[in-house]
Design a protein around this ligand. Structure first.
Ligand SMILES: Nc1ncnc2c1ncn2[C@@H]1O[C@H](COP(=O)(O)OP(=O)(O)OP(=O)(O)O)[C@@H](O)[C@H]1O
Ligand SMILES: [Mg+2]
Length: 254
């Protein structure tokens, strides 16, 4: 469903934000993308959805090459960015209608598709209000709903639970699971390791632009089981441990 091959990206010539990334996400799978702040998660996600161009490598989404057929590739994807840029003057319903226009959702389908999601996310009461009046969580919810109306096979979610209340967060996790179970796939980044541990079929850990571990949570635990039962949190902390360079240590010791 998603194939990332040899992808690298630098913002300036010195550091690679993403460095030689190879990764596959299969149909039916929820894949959790973990890593410390600045590891390269958002950069990777922006390349998958076509906002950033890789310096090297290729990305194929549901059989469509993102560089060669960008519009066709975008149709395969439901994307929720880490901070959605929404238009404050539009009402929620105008925004959803706009998203349907962009993705070519037939007019007669729109109400049916939006209604269930609006109801489940408890957004029916405010959908007529301007987005500028929404709370952070409401903005996140309208962004999520807007990203799903064209029924994309691959969901790409950048820290999607941030700002959601427990009920909405629970609902989103249920939607992710049922989407994967029905033959779709979900690739999402998160810092909430308990969520990753419970929800994901596989997780990958990126650190300084490089994928340093990718496996099922169970397999990762087995690999790190030498010193007893480890949680994903302990594994994560161990393999992304920050070590200060020698010269900084010397500076601190002064
Ligand atoms: N627009 C930009 N210009 C220059 N450097 C950038 C830009 N965006 C990101 N970077 C750098 O690229 C690296 C990866 O950043 P990225 O946003 O992909 O990390 P992340 O894993 O999503 O982190 P977080 O968990 O904080 O969201 C960091 O070193 C960051 O400073
Ligand atoms: Mg990020």
């Amino acid at each position: 469903m998603l194939r990332i091959s040899g992808v690298s990206k630098s913002y300036d010539s010195r550091v690679r934000a993403v460095d030689g990334l190879d990764l596959e996400v299969h149909q039916g799978e929820i894949f959790g993308f973990l890593g410390p702040n600045g590891a390269g998660k958002t950069t990777t996600i922006k390349m998958i959805v076509g906002i950033l161009k890789p310096d090297q490598g290729s990305i194929v989404v549901n059989g469509v090459d993102v560089a060669k057929e960008p519009v066709q590739a975008k149709k395969q994807i439901g994307y929720v960015p880490d901070e959605a840029q929404l238009w404050d003057k539009l009402t929620g319903i105008e925004y959803l209608n706009f998203m349907c226009d962009v993705y070519g959702v037939p007019g007669e389908e729109r109400e049916k598709r939006a209604l269930g999601l609006l109801e489940s996310f408890e957004m029916l009461k405010v959908v007529g209000d301007p987005i500028g009046s929404y709370s952070r969580g409401m903005r996140q919810k309208i962004a999520i709903i807007g990203s799903l109306l064209h029924h994309p096979p691959l969901w790409i979610l950048d820290e999607p639970m941030v700002g959601l209340d427990p009920r909405s967060s629970f609902l989103l996790k249920e939607l992710m699971r049922s989407h994967a179970d029905q033959g779709g796939a979900v690739f999402f980044s998160t810092h909430v390791l308990e969520v990753a541990e419970r929800l994901c079929d596989r997780v990958g850990i990126i650190h300084k632009g490089k994928l340093i571990a990718v496996n099922t949570v169970e397999e990762m635990k087995k690999l790190f089981a030498r010193e007893g039962d480890k949680s994903l949190e302990e594994i994560f902390l161990k393999i992304t441990e920050a070590k200060l360079p020698e010269e900084q240590l010397a500076y601190l010791a002064k």
